[in-house]
Structure formats: structure tokens, C-alpha cells
Design a protein around this ligand. Structure first.
Ligand SMILES: [Fe+2]
Ligand SMILES: [Fe+2]
Length: 169
């Protein structure tokens, strides 16, 4: 069994990951509405990764004999002033998620929940990648490059989403 403090935090995190899914959908819609389909595809894939994160935690709780609740996900509106604001919102959101996993890692150590440590470390490694990817995208949009041309420079997706979730679950 894992402690109730940690299982509650992990359960809440399912909601944060589903909200991140919605947030990335909103960013994808912002770009799709401007025919920037490469950008839109990138963020649609990113949204799927976040859903994969929620599923990974859900299965971890099930495997540890916890009946997870399905938390409400926050609504996200594609109302960004410009592409810089949209991508900057992703950078900010990823940093917030990193602090959430750092807090859970601290709980795991306090509560001797060592079975959760590999899962939390997987997510922290994932956050390093996601922060780096979003940071590069922010540099790209802030460079002033034409957003259609910039589609040639979008980072390639990594294996941290559904595939990674299944392999690690
Ligand atoms: Fe995530
Ligand atoms: Fe993320």
C-alpha cells in the first residue's frame, strides 16, 4: 500500500494531467484556426502525451490497490493574444507540473513510499524534456520567424506519451 497522502496527491495529479491535455488542445486549436497545421499537429500530439501521463498514474494507483477518482479537468480556451503567449503558457504550465512532481517525490521519501519513487523519477525526467522542448519552441516563436516557415524547425516528438506510458505501466 502507498500512503493516503501520496495516493491523494497522485489522484489530484490525474486531474492536472487531464487539464494539461485540455490546455494543449486549446493551443492546438489556436494554431489550427490559423492554418498553421504543423504547429497544430505538434500540440495535438502533446495533448495525447498528457492523456498518457494521466493514464500512467491511474494504472499505478490501480496496481497499488487504490481506487482512483476521476478528477475534473479545467476548461481551456484557445484565446491567446498571439503565438508567443500560447507557447509561453505551455512553458509556465510545464514548470508548474515539475514542482508538483517534486512535491510528490518529497512526500514519497517522508512516507517511505519507495515503490512510488521510480514512477515519480520517470515523471521528473519527462519534465526535464518537456521544459526543454517548450523552451526551444518559445525561442523559435520569439525569434520573429514566419510561423509557416518555422514549421520546418519544430522539435520531433519524443517517446514520453502513450507509448512510454504503456511501457512503464
Ligand atoms: Fe504531463
Ligand atoms: Fe507535459
Amino acid at each position: 500500500m502507498i500512503s493516503s497522502t501520496l495516493s491523494n496527491a497522485l489522484n489530484e495529479q490525474i486531474g492536472h494531467e487531464l487539464s494539461a491535455h485540455n490546455h494543449y488542445l486549446a493551443i492546438a486549436v489556436y494554431f489550427a484556426n490559423r492554418s498553421l497545421d504543423g504547429w497544430a499537429d505538434f500540440f495535438f500530439r502533446q495533448a495525447e502525451e498528457e492523456r498518457g501521463h494521466a493514464m500512467k498514474i491511474l494504472h499505478f494507483l490501480l496496481d497499488n490497490d487504490v481506487a482512483p477518482r476521476i478528477p475534473e479537468a479545467a476548461e481551456a480556451k484557445p484565446a491567446f493574444t498571439d503565438a508567443v503567449e500560447a507557447v509561453a503558457s505551455a512553458v509556465k504550465a510545464e514548470r508548474t507540473v515539475t514542482t508538483q512532481f517534486e512535491a510528490m517525490m518529497a512526500i514519497a521519501h517522508q512516507e517511505n513510499d519507495y515503490r512510488a519513487v521510480p514512477l515519480l523519477q520517470w515523471f521528473l525526467n519527462e519534465q526535464i524534456e518537456e521544459e526543454a522542448t517548450m523552451g526551444k519552441l518559445l525561442d523559435l516563436v520569439q525569434s520573429g520567424i514566419n510561423l509557416f516557415q518555422a514549421q520546418d524547425y519544430l522539435p520531433t516528438p519524443h517517446a514520453g506519451g502513450e507509448a512510454g506510458a504503456e511501457a512503464g505501466a
